[in-house]
Structure formats: structure tokens, C-alpha cells
Design a protein around this ligand. Structure first.
Ligand SMILES: Cc1cc2nc3c(=O)[nH]c(=O)nc-3n(C[C@H](O)[C@H](O)[C@H](O)COP(=O)(O)OP(=O)(O)OC[C@H]3O[C@@H](n4cnc5c(N)ncnc54)[C@H](O)[C@@H]3O)c2cc1C
Length: 453
């Protein structure tokens, strides 16, 4: 069975797959190989992680190139302890650990991250490499928690970079699309563990959203809108409230069905800008059961069991799907959403659901929120490769007036020149890649297209 990504629309080019247990082994593999890519959890929807493949319908592909001096490195067996520095407020771990595993360990130590993606199944290095994000007006993407990196570079040497000591180089190195080397250890800023509650509201009139956009998006620590763009409404609004430091109470200890937790709770509202509170747990995709989702209905729980939509012990989506996502500066949010809503007829046969989230500005060169707070407009599409390929350019055309940036880990058809023009630090990033990897050992088709193309 050829190696594919999670959604099985990308078949990776053939190469040796290694799962080293030590950093010395990683160094040897890198030295001995002509081409190297690191595999995270393979949850990206394009060929960012593959050595040379094209994005296509993998089931229709005709077989890929083979090369015995090409290497995929998985860090799933890498023996690196998870270490907490309570003085500095950091955790250092195997960069290939999943958020699910890391956050469980962090919570046991009373530590937390500022944010998580919709699913905890992705790896820390893989998610940060593509600018993966959650939501929250005050929350930077996941990569903004990174304060240190240890990398095996193209010559097999071990190099460390830190926010404190490496200034601009560090800002270029965190969201780096796997192009600088193998990130072996990663250090993240932590904060004390906290409690959260999640409420869902249904059927917010789109007009109310456009009129009160900032109020809606700031109505909780993390807010997700789920529109299908039909019928002039937002199908669901998910509010994730941060309520206080985590404290084990009889109610929280009793687990997700606890109903008598009283300490520091946020009472649910009956109504939110015209949307009504949901009285039972529901799935954000119509007609699917809420199985596998994190608890709703305001039940208090630990941060890592409320920030993601999907539970770690469940499949990381309701059905197999294709995903695209576009970011626009926050200042363009309402006209950009209205432009997308105008395409509603096109979406009807293809769309499972959209999700709109806010991301705070940052200084990471290739972050989709570099220099500006953004709104991410995400599309979960049915597995219809041809249909998705037809609709993407239309969405992109509609969003081009709004300084659009695509998600590095999802599907898009914007031309390389359009992508590059959206990033003011693109030249500097290109130089950084060349200085770390002059012979292009970590370069693949994706980097050739979107960074060097
Ligand atoms: C169901 C689903 C839900 C999703 N939800 C969200 C969401 O809520 N928010 C969001 O922003 N995105 C989301 N995504 C997209 C996903 O988070 C990104 O594509 C992310 O990059 C995937 O992480 P991964 O561990 O699978 O990395 P991979 O896809 O395996 O790799 C991504 C890139 O990182 C590189 N890489 C991985 N590990 C290392 C390392 N140790 N050193 C150097 N380079 C490395 C790879 O070579 C590749 O270039 C979702 C994807 C799926 C399938």
C-alpha cells in the first residue's frame, strides 16, 4: 500500500521510511540521504510533506518515482523525554509528539497551551510547520507558542534556535514547511492549566453576524462559526469559554457528564445575536451524531478536552473529506465573508460545512497571520476531487481583493506568484532556506513551486 496522506488524495513518492530512536540515528540518516522529508501525522491535504509527488486523486495515480537515497523520517519512536521548566514556563519534547499525547502529559503537570487546533491528532512540529491554528481574537496560531527548536540540518549537524537568542532567524524558522531540517526537539511556552466550558448556538442570522462581527468573535476565549452559506444564516456558533485555573472538583473529576460543577462557571446564554442555545450535543456537520466531539452544554473540563473539537480517542473528523482554508486580514472580514456567501449555489453539492475562526497577529515570517490579525475561512468538502478543483479557483478569485493567504497545509490553486506576493518576508525566507540547506536536501516539489517557483 503506497504511503498516502490522511485524506488519501496525495500519494507520496516512494522512499525509504525510517523511524529512528535516537537523534544520532536521525543525523546518520540525514547525512546518508540525498533527499529528506519528515513525516508528521500526514494530516496535510497537499504534498507539503512528500518528497516529490503532485497533489492528485491518489486512487487514479500511475505509480511514483522510487529512489533508494531518498528518506522519509518519522519521529514517532524518537526517544526524547518531555521536560518541564517551571521557572521559565516551558515544556521541551520530541517534536514528533502529537498534541493529544503532549497535552495529556502537560495537564498532569498542571501546565497548558494557549490554544489547540480542531483536532489533537497532529504532531507539534508538523502543525507548527504549516501555521496550524485554532481560534480566539487574542490567540496566535499554534506556532506562536514555540520558543525553541533543535534541528538536524542538511549536513547532519545539530543546531538549536531560540526566540531569545536568534531574533529574526527564529521568526523565519518556526513556520518553515519542513524546509530547514529535521526538527527533533521543540520548546513551547506554557501557562498554568485552566478550565473551559463549551456552548453551541444555532441559526445566527448572517445579517446579525455582519452587523456585530467583532462582538460575536469576542464573545468567548475561542469562537468558531460554522456556516454552510445557505439560507442567510450561520448554522452553528461554538463558544469556548476559559473560566479560571484548573481545579479538580468533585464535578470535574467525575468527567464529562458532570452536571453539578459550580466553581467559576460561565452560565450559558439563551440567545446569542439571534442564535439560540442548543439543548443537546450536536455535530457541526448536518445529520451526523456528536460522537467523538469534545463535551458541549457548558460542562466544565480541562483545557485540552475543550479547545479541540475532536476528542483524541476518536477519529479526527466525522467523515473523510478534503479541506481548503483562506485567511484574510481581520479588517476585511465582513466583505470577505459576504463575497463567499455570494457563491452559495456553487457550494451546495460539495460542501460539508465551513468554519470561520479568528487568529491574532504574529511575527513569524510564513505565518498566515504575519503582521495582521486574520480571519480563517475554512471549507470541509465532500470527497469529490474534481468538484473541489473546480470550485477552489472561484473562491480564490472572490477573495483575491482581500489580500488572501492560503493555509499551507490544505488545498489551494493560487499561483505561486500570488502566494509569494502575500508574504512580505518571502525573500528573507528563501535566503534562510538556502543558508540552512544550500543543496536542497529538504526541498521538495511543493517548496520548488510555492517558495522558489
Ligand atoms: C481532520 C483535520 C482537521 C484539521 N484541523 C485543522 C485546524 O483546526 N487548524 C488548522 O490550522 N489546520 C488543521 N488541519 C490541517 C493540519 O493541522 C496541518 O496540515 C498540519 O500541518 C498537519 O500536521 P501533521 O503532524 O500531520 O504534519 P504533516 O502533514 O505530516 O507535515 C506537515 C509539514 O511539516 C513537516 N514536518 C513534520 N514534522 C516535522 C519535523 N519534525 N521537522 C521538520 N518538518 C516537519 C512535513 O515535512 C511537512 O512539510 C486539519 C487537518 C485534518 C486532516
Amino acid at each position: 500500500m503506497p504511503l498516502c496522506n490522511w485524506s488519501e488524495n496525495v500519494q507520496f513518492s516512494s522512499a525509504q521510511i525510517y523511524a529512528p530512536e535516537t537523534i544520532e540515528e536521525v543525523q546518520e540518516i540525514v547525512r546518508a540521504s540525498r533527499k529528506v522529508r519528515v513525516l508528521g501525522a500526514r494530516h496535510s491535504f497537499n504534498d507539503v510533506a512528500s518528497i516529490d509527488s503532485q497533489v492528485e486523486d491518489a486512487t487514479a495515480s500511475q505509480g511514483r518515482a522510487e529512489n533508494s537515497s531518498w528518506a522519509y523520517i518519522s519521529l514517532e519512536n524518537l526517544n526524547v523525554p518531555t521536560e518541564f521548566d517551571s521557572g521559565r514556563g516551558t515544556v521541551t519534547c520530541n517534536a514528533g509528539i502529537t498534541y493529544g499525547e503532549l497535552c495529556r502529559r502537560m495537564h498532569e503537570e498542571g501546565a497548558a497551551l494557549h490554544n489547540m487546533a480542531s483536532l489533537p491528532h497532529v504532531t507539534v512540529a508538523g502543525a507548527c510547520a504549516t501555521g496550524t491554528h485554532g481560534s480566539g481574537d487574542g490567540n496566535g496560531n499554534l506556532a506562536t507558542a514555540v520558543v525553541g527548536l533543535e534541528l538536524v540540518t542538511a549536513d547532519g549537524e545539530l543546531r538549536t534556535l531560540s526566540l531569545e537568542e536568534d531574533g529574526e532567524t527564529f521568526e523565519g524558522a518556526v513556520v518553515a514547511l519542513g524546509g530547514l531540517g529535521v526538527v527533533t526537539r521543540i520548546t513551547l511556552a506554557t501557562e498554568p492549566a485552566y478550565t473551559m466550558q463549551q456552548y453551541v448556538y444555532e441559526d445566527m442570522p448572517a445579517a446579525a453576524l455582519y452587523e456585530h462581527f467583532d462582538d460575536v468573535m469576542s464573545s468567548a476565549y475561542s469562537v468558531s462559526l460554522f456556516p454552510d452559506w445557505q439560507d442567510g444564516k450561520v448554522n452553528q456558533v461554538w463558544l469556548k469559554h476559559r473560566t479560571g485555573l484548573w481545579e479538580e472538583t468533585p464535578a470535574t473529576a467525575a468527567g464529562s457528564n458532570a452536571s453539578d460543577a459550580t466553581a467559576q462557571t460561565v452560565p450559558g446564554r439563551k440567545e446569542l445575536f439571534g442564535a439560540t442555545a442548543c439543548r443537546k450535543e450536536i455535530n457541526h456537520v448536518a445529520n451526523l451524531p456528536p460522537d467523538g466531539l469534545t463535551p458541549q452544554l457548558g460542562v466544565p473540563g480541562p483545557w485540552h478536552e475543550r479547545l479541540p473539537h475532536f476528542r483524541i480517542d476518536s477519529a479526527p473528523a466525522s467523515v473523510l473529506e478534503l479541506e481548503t482554508e483562506y485567511f484574510v486580514p481581520r479588517a476585511h472580514a465582513v466583505p470577505a465573508l459576504q463575497a463567499v456567501e455570494g457563491l452559495r449555489d456553487l457550494f451546495k453539492p460539495l460542501l460539508l460545512i465551513s468554519e470561520v475562526r479568528s487568529v491574532a497577529a504574529d511575527r513569524l515570517w510564513l505565518s498566515q497571520s504575519y503582521g495582521t490579525p486574520t480571519i480563517g475561512i475554512h471549507f470541509s468538502w465532500k470527497m469529490n476531487w474534481k468538484g473541489v478543483h473546480e470550485v477552489m479557483p472561484v473562491v480564490e478569485e472572490a477573495l483575491l481583493p482581500f489580500e488572501v493567504r492560503p493555509h499551507w497545509g490544505k488545498l489551494f490553486t493560487l499561483a505561486p506568484a500570488q502566494v509569494q506576493a502575500a508574504y512580505p518576508m518571502m525573500d528573507q525566507f528563501r535566503s534562510l532556506l538556502q543558508s540552512f540547506d544550500p543543496e536542497g536536501k529538504f526541498r521538495n516539489g511543493y517548496l520548488d513551486r510555492y517558495i522558489f517557483g
